[in-house]
Design a protein around this ligand. Sequence first.
Ligand code: HEM
Length: 513
Amino acid sequence: MSNSVIVTALGGIAATYIFFWAVLHLTQNNSEPPLVSSSIPFISPILGMIRWSMDFYPHMRERHQDLPIYTLRIPGVRLYVINSLDLIPVVQRQWRTLIFAPIQVKAAQAAMGAGKDAIDILKHDMVTEHGFINGMVKVTHPTMSKGPALNALNTKAFKIFDKALKQFEGPTTVNMFEWIGKKIMLATTDAVYGPFNPMRDAQNLEAWHKYHPALMFMMLDILPQKIFFKTAVEGREHLIRSFAKYYADGSYRQGSAYIQQFVGHCIDQKIPEDDIPKLLLGTVFNNVANTIPAAFWVIYRIFSDPVVLKDCRNEVSQAVYDNQDGTSTIDLSFILNSCPILLSTYQEVFRYHGIANLVRVVSEDYMLDNKYLIKKGGLIMMSARAQHTNSAVWGENVGEFYHKRFIKQQSTGRNLNPVAFRGFGGGATLCPGRHFAASEILLLATLLLLRCDIRPTNVTWVLPPTAKSSQAEAVEQPDYDIEIEFVPRNEASNKMWKIAFSGDRDAGLLVPK
Ligand code: HEM
C-alpha cells in the first residue's frame, strides 16, 4: 500500500472521529448527568457492555463511585444510569414522567407480535388506571397477591408437585434445571390457565423452548425477525395458534381468577380478537421466566450447603402437623411467615442472582432531583446488580452468598435498606407476581426438604457459571445443567400430604420500596 493511501485512510479515520466527537459533545447539555465512556464516541459503551455483560453496570459503579448518575451515549439513545441508591426513590416517584409502560408496549409489539390496533390501545394512556397497562395491573393484582384466589393457585401447584414427588419410589437421577423447569412450568400454567392449559401440550413446550431464548433479541427490534429469528417466530406462531383456540373455546373461563380478569380486561379495552392470544402468550413469560431460575437457585443454595439445609429443614418441619386420618398437612402460611432462615435464604437468592435491568422511558424533558436534566426520549437505567453488589450497602461480605443476611437481628447492626433490594423492582411497578412466585418456589423447596435428600451425581456440588444468562430475565440462569439424584427420605415415605393456609402470608419478607 502506498504512503499516500495510508495517509488518506488515517486522515479519514481522524476526520470521522473528530466529527462524531463534536456531535457527541455539541449535543450533550451541561446540565445533563456527566457523560462517561466516550473515548470512542457512541461505541465505547457498547464495547463495555459486550466485554462486561451483566457486570457492566456494577463495573461502571465502581469506576464512577463519585457520580450519583451518569450519561452513556449509544447510537440513537441517551442512557441515564443511576448509581446512587438515593436517586432510585426520586426516579420512582416520577412514574408518570419516567415511565415503564413503553417497555411493556415494546414487548407486546416486538416480542409477542401484537398488531397495530392493539398497540394503539396499549399506548393510548400509559399513566392512569383507565389505560390498558395500569388498568391490567389493577384488575389482576388482587388475584395474585393474597386471599382465596392466590390460595387456589398454590393449591393447584401443590397437587402437581405432590404428584411429581410421589413418583420417586427410590433414588432417581435427573437434570436439575430441566426437572425444576418442567415442574414449575406445569404447576404454574396449570394453576393459571386451568384444565385446558395450552402449556400441557408437548408441542407447545417445544415451541416455547424455540421462542423463549430469542426474546431479548426480538425485543431490541433491530433485525428482521422472519430472517434472523425464523425458528423463534415459528415457535411463537405455534403458541399463538394454541392460545387462540384456548380463547375462542372460552377455556379461560375455567382458568384462574387471574386469567379470567386478564382476558376480561382485554375484552373491555377492545383489544382485537386476534391479538388477545398474543397478549396471553406474554403471561407465560411473566409467569415462569423468572420463577424457574429463581426456584433452581433457591433449591441449589439450600441443598448444596449442609448448614443451610439443616437450618431450613428444621424450620419447615415445624410447619407440618399430622392428622387423625394419617395424612400430614403443610401450613403454607407458616412457611411464609415463620421460617426466617428459609425466607432469608430465598431473598439472598434474589440479591445474589438478581440481574433485573429496570428501565424507564423519559416522556418529557425533566429536572431530576432539581439537579440533572433528563431529556425526552432518553432511558433511565436502574441496575439491580449494581445495587446488589455494593459493599457500602451490604457490607464487606457482599460477594458471598450469606443465607442469613436478611434476618434483621443478625444483619450487621443496621437494618437493611429496602431500596437496595431490587429483585422485584420497586415503586409503582413493583412486581405484582412476587407473592405468587414466593409461595410457589417456597412450596416446592419445602416439599423437597421434607421428602427428599438431593445429591449431585458428581459427588460435590459445583456452582454453575452464569455468563450466558439472558438479560431479558431478572434472575441469572446457569450456563449448564447439573445432574442430581433425588433420594426419598425414609421418615417421609408412604405419607399422604395436604396443604393448608392458616392466615397472612409473606410477613417475613422484606417489603421492597
Ligand atoms: C421470581 C419471579 C419474578 C421476578 C424475579 C420478577 C421480577 C420483576 C421485576 C424486577 C419487575 C419490575 C420491572 C420494572 O419495574 O422495571 C416486575 C414487574 C412485573 N412482574 Fe414480575 N417477577 C417475577 C414473577 C412474576 C410473576 C409470577 C408474575 C405474574 C403472575 C409477574 C408479573 C409482573 C408484572 C405484570 C410486572 C409489571 C408491573 C407493572 O407494570 O406495574 N412477575 N417483575
